[in-house]
Design a protein around this ligand. Structure first.
Ligand SMILES: Cc1ncc(COP(=O)(O)O)c(C=O)c1O
Length: 398
């Protein structure tokens, strides 16, 4: 098959749910990927905040290969060394007590919602409500798309699961009014990624937790996009004084090998008994070995510091573009290496023009350019992206 046949076959046989670019990617190296024609792209989307150590990272490739040669999968009826090593690391890094390993972000959130419901029932039979924030994104399973407070994801899937309530993000008085003795949990992203890189006030999570705990409700933080060093700390909540009861993660955890997790405090996790939840693949030896290696690389290569330093540099460079194109660029905001550039125009044309110039970024919420690159990039990579973006903005809007 050549590249055209790949695209034609995909169009004919894949479920028509993705708006794919007419591009067949074949391999990568560090922050670069190559298409079937040999064209090189600087990848500042990183599989949507997944490839934090870049592509074809030698240490990750070696660890996956070595584990594949020993054991890929044995089912969760048995213990494995990589899985237990990962569980212990995640507990140590997060300060929570118990872990469940899943395969994706949606599945991690689905499990967190199930655990919160189970826990709520230990307090009273009608404590079933989950509160989430407008413009959030929590996944595509029935429960997580219902948790996702954006009607466009609900359309056509009714009847939706019951017991979800939505409030504006970063609005403590709305949260205060919404949490009742029927609320089992409030589920929030520390920064809304898909919703447009929306960053709440510094005390939002801490105060949200106080409201929850004063009424017996749990705080669940979805760190699926923000976790694993991206914001400059291992988890974004660690920039705050909030102590969540449950956190979820996925995306970067396996560096591209599918894995997700939810963690809870001992008190909350005790609501689960044997048989209450499960998975065939979740946390299998291969995925766990990949995740262990990602955690090692984060520590050895100081990726939290790099995300912080390069993130500040990138935000500064993008802010300079805002000064240059004040009509087009409204706001630049970010924390570490999750950065959004809100535009006064739709972002699609800019994304397409950057792609043409060999730079991969994306646009979320219609008009927010989102930058979630690998965390081991350097300033020269940022300069390359900013130069291309500058050229594109000049061509389209000056
Ligand atoms: C914050 C957040 N939660 C959940 C998900 C869903 O993760 P997955 O696509 O792995 O199911 C995403 C994916 O973009 C996300 O950004």
């Amino acid at each position: 098959m050549d590249a055209k046949q790949v695209m034609d076959t995909d169009k004919q046989h894949y479920m028509p749910v993705f708006a794919r670019y007419p591009l067949v990617l074949t391999h990568g190296e560090g922050p670069y990927v190559y298409d079937a024609n040999g064209k090189k792209y600087l990848d500042f989307l990183a599989g949507i905040a997944v490839n934090i150590v870049g592509h074809a990272n030698a240490k990750l490739v070696a660890a996956i290969s070595e584990q594949a040669g020993k054991l890929i999968h044995v089912s969760n009826l048995y213990h494995t060394f990589p899985q237990t090593k990962l569980v212990k690391s995640l507990v140590d890094l997060s300060g929570l007590d118990r872990v469940f390993l899943a395969n994706s972000g949606a599945e991690a959130n689905e499990g967190a919602i199930k655990l919160a419901r189970k826990y709520g029932k230990t307090l009273s039979a009608d404590r079933i409500e989950i509160i989430t924030a407008e413009n959030c994104f929590h996944g595509r399973t029935l429960a997580t798309l219902t948790a996702t407070a954006q009607p466009k994801y609900h359309h056509g899937y009714e009847p939706l699961p019951q017991g979800f309530k939505y409030i504006p993000y970063n609005d403590l008085s709305a949260l205060d009014k919404a949490v009742t003795d029927k609320t089992c949990a409030v589920l929030l992203e520390p920064i809304q990624g898909e919703g447009g890189v929306n960053i709440p006030d510094a005390d939002y999570l801490e105060k949200a937790q106080q409201i929850c705990h004063s009424r017996g409700a749990l705080l669940i933080l979805d760190e699926i996009q923000t976790g694993m060093a991206r914001t400059g700390k291992m988890f974004a909540f660690q920039h705050t004084k909030a102590k969540p009861d449950i956190i979820t993660m996925a995306k970067a955890l396996g560096g591209g090998v599918p894995i997700g997790a939810f963690l809870a405090t001992e008190k909350v996790a005790a609501a689960f008994a044997q048989g209450d939840h499960g998975t065939t693949f979740g946390g299998n030896a291969l995925a766990a070995a990949a995740a262990n290696t990602i955690l090692e690389i984060i520590a050895e290569e100081h990726l939290m510091d790099n995300a912080q330093t390069i993130g500040e540099y990138m935000a500064k460079m993008l802010s300079e573009l805002k000064v240059k194109y004040p009509e087009t660029i409204a706001v630049v905001r970010g924390q570490g290496l999750i950065i959004g550039m809100q535009l006064n125009v739709p972002g699609k044309e800019i994304v397409n023009a950057c792609l043409e110039q060999g730079v991969i970024i994306n646009c979320t919420a219609g008009n927010v350019l989102r930058f979630v690159p690998p965390l081991n990039i350097s300033k020269t990579h940022v300069d390359e992206v900013v130069a291309v973006l500058d050229g594109v903005l000049k061509k389209l809007y000056k």
